[in-house]
Design a protein. Structure first.
Length: 332
């Protein structure tokens, strides 16, 4: 599907974009990948990695700027929406800015994609959008709802929208693994709560989930990949086995465990071999055979959260991942 197409990635200079771009170039050989972001320095640095590849284009702009989006989307077939205000404390202390990017920016993108006749749009979500307790999560829940409803909003237009949701991305900027790696030689690692658990997904798995969404979507689906969990204390122990662990308390707006599917979504959730799919509760789309395909409906009290997960990452599995990604982690 993505072969010989033009793809735009909002927020494409972030961790996801750095994985998505080379993987997609290699697998699908698209005509063009356009990176839209507002940080010129990150674009400059990323451009060095692809300086000899004519398929890569950089477009300076902000999803808050509706007119700029219309220009950026000229001739675009597919969009991955990765731009967001993502740091929980930053969103708490800058709520107006968070809403402008995560909610109004989503509205701008939906309108522009419909008017520019983009074929398919996949928006990246977060575990924090499930039963949110902080503004970042609440704003991403609103964004998810906008993209789901965008399929009805588009009317007879060609554009379809879907969402992918995953939790803690191993090695992404701002996540716990590169943070622990950067301070492991100090002898002490801060632990917010010894009971804390997190889902563990690699950037490569996140990219593959986006590919699957593009290929499988009808419109309105939320895709959730099945991934293992791990206790944060175990993550710290594997990274720095000789370091002390100091409990410092949970930060404002932080959850003890990650949840990607809440009990409220269970009536609309279907299970597949490698993922779950939450179907829209609107317009009877949750009973659409075209969307359900070969899925099996989950139990009415089903919850997909990191502390109740059936699959857990072993120490040696994390160790192997750390060894194979040591060069990337050293860049943080």
């Amino acid at each position: 599907m993505l072969s010989n197409s033009t793809i735009l990635v909002t927020g494409g200079t972030g961790s996801f974009g750095h994985a998505f771009v080379p993987m997609t170039l290699q697998k699908y050989n698209p005509k063009k990948i356009v990176i839209l972001s507002r940080d010129e320095m990150k674009q400059w640095e990323m451009a060095k990695l692809f300086k000899d590849d004519p398929r890569i284009r950089f477009f300076l702009g902000d999803i808050r700027d509706r007119e700029r989006l219309y220009r950026a989307l000229d001739g675009v077939d597919y969009v991955v929406h990765a731009a967001a205000t993502k740091i929980v404390p930053t969103a708490e202390y800058n709520p107006f800015e968070c809403i402008k990017t995560n909610v109004i920016g989503a509205m701008n993108l939906i309108d522009a994609c419909i008017d520019k006749r983009v074929k398919r749009v996949v928006a990246l979500s977060t575990d924090k959008a499930s039963s949110p307790i902080n503004l970042y999560g609440a704003s991403k829940l609103a964004s998810d709802k906008l993209f789901v409803a965008g399929n009805a909003y588009s009317g007879g237009h060609v554009t379809s929208f879907a969402v992918v949701r995953y939790g803690n991305v191993m090695g992404s900027r701002g996540s716990v693994i590169p943070f622990f790696v950067s301070i492991r030689d100090k002898g002490t690692l801060p632990i917010t709560d010894p009971r804390m658990t997190r889902f563990m997904i690699s950037l490569e798995q996140g990219v593959e989930l986006v590919w699957h969404a593009f290929d499988d979507m009808v419109g309105g689906e939320i895709y959730v990949k099945k991934i293992p969990s791990m206790k944060v204390t175990d993550v710290a122990r594997v990274i720095a086995p000789d370091a002390c662990q100091e409990v410092i308390g949970i930060r404002p707006g932080e959850k003890l465990h990650e949840q990607m599917i809440g009990i409220e979504d269970s009536p609309f959730t279907f299970e597949y071999d490698e993922h779950f799919k939450i179907l829209p509760s609107i317009n009877d789309w949750a009973s659409s055979e075209e969307r359900i395909k070969d899925g099996k409906k989950v139990d009415p009290d089903f919850v997909y959260s990191s502390e109740k997960n059936d699959e857990w990452m072993a120490d040696d599995e994390l160790s192997r991942w750390l060894d194979s990604n040591s060069e990337k982690l050293g860049a943080f």
